[in-house]
Write a protein that binds this ligand. Structure first.
Ligand SMILES: C[S@@+](CC[C@H](N)C(=O)[O-])C[C@H]1O[C@@H](n2cnc3c(N)ncnc32)[C@H](O)[C@@H]1O
Length: 216
């Protein structure tokens, strides 16, 4: 019988370009999140066994769909335990990430995980995202946090106006979402580009089945 791929193999199946250092960082996540999650709950207990599929690979859908330029600044709204911010920061070591959440203890996990794997491109901020007024970003990312209307209201004021350039998208909001997308989009009065995660990875177990992009 064919051996089923280990969870980390599932990621390398879709991303062939990780360096040995990035693979080490990814491999370290399993134990780090298990350990921290037993002290501060950031991932549901049953989901911790599916870290790579449900959290890491899902977060990396953003990297499968978009390339961020070196030096870009990215804000992760409502990062919780670091998703999508931590996997993206591993993937894009030349990009600066601010991971924000209104619950400080979740950020303890983010800081500890980032430090343990030597991520120097991640900072955190304990704040409600609507209170961030002192910085601008090229991209805002988010997963499972709020309706599109609210995400855009928070993201728009902190986004730079950066045009698209080569493979790099124009500045904007990129979010992973599930639920009743039709109603959410019509309430937002926006016209996001919508991609199905399934088109990026043929896996059908995501609650947040869609990736939405709204450019500034
Ligand atoms: C369902 S969790 C998702 C966490 C993470 N993005 C993930 O996908 O695993 C939603 C997170 O958003 C945070 N959050 C909700 N509203 C927020 C706001 N206005 N400002 C900052 N964080 C917020 C919550 O504290 C929580 O950690």
């Amino acid at each position: 019988m064919e051996k089923s791929p280990s969870k980390l193999d599932l990621i390398t199946e879709f991303f062939a370009d990780f360096t040995p250092r990035q693979l080490e960082q990814l491999a370290a996540l399993d134990e780090l999140y298990r350990d921290w999650n037993s002290k501060i709950n950031v991932i549901s207990r049953k989901d911790i066994d599916h870290l790579y599929e449900n959290h890491v690979l899902h977060s990396l859908a953003i990297a499968a769909a978009f390339e961020f330029p070196s030096g870009a600044k990215v804000l992760d709204i409502g990062t919780g335990g670091g998703f999508p911010g931590i996997p993206l920061a591993i993937y894009f070591p030349e990009v600066e990430f601010l991971l924000a959440d209104s619950i400080n203890k979740k950020l303890t996990v983010v800081k500890e995980v980032a430090a343990a794997i030597g991520l120097t491109n991640v900072t955190t901020r304990h704040t409600r995202v609507e209170d961030i007024k002192d910085r601008k970003f090229d991209y805002v990312v988010s997963r499972a946090v709020a309706p599109l209307k609210d995400l855009w209201q928070w993201a728009k004021p902190v986004l730079n106006k950066r045009p698209s350039e080569g493979n790099f998208p124009a500045s904007g909001l990129i979010c992973l979402k599930g639920g009743d997308l039709g109603q959410e989009i019509s309430e937002s009065r926006l016209r996001p580009r919508v991609m199905e995660i399934y088109e990026l990875f043929p896996l059908d177990y995501y609650r947040e089945k869609y990736l939405l992009y709204v450019h500034r």
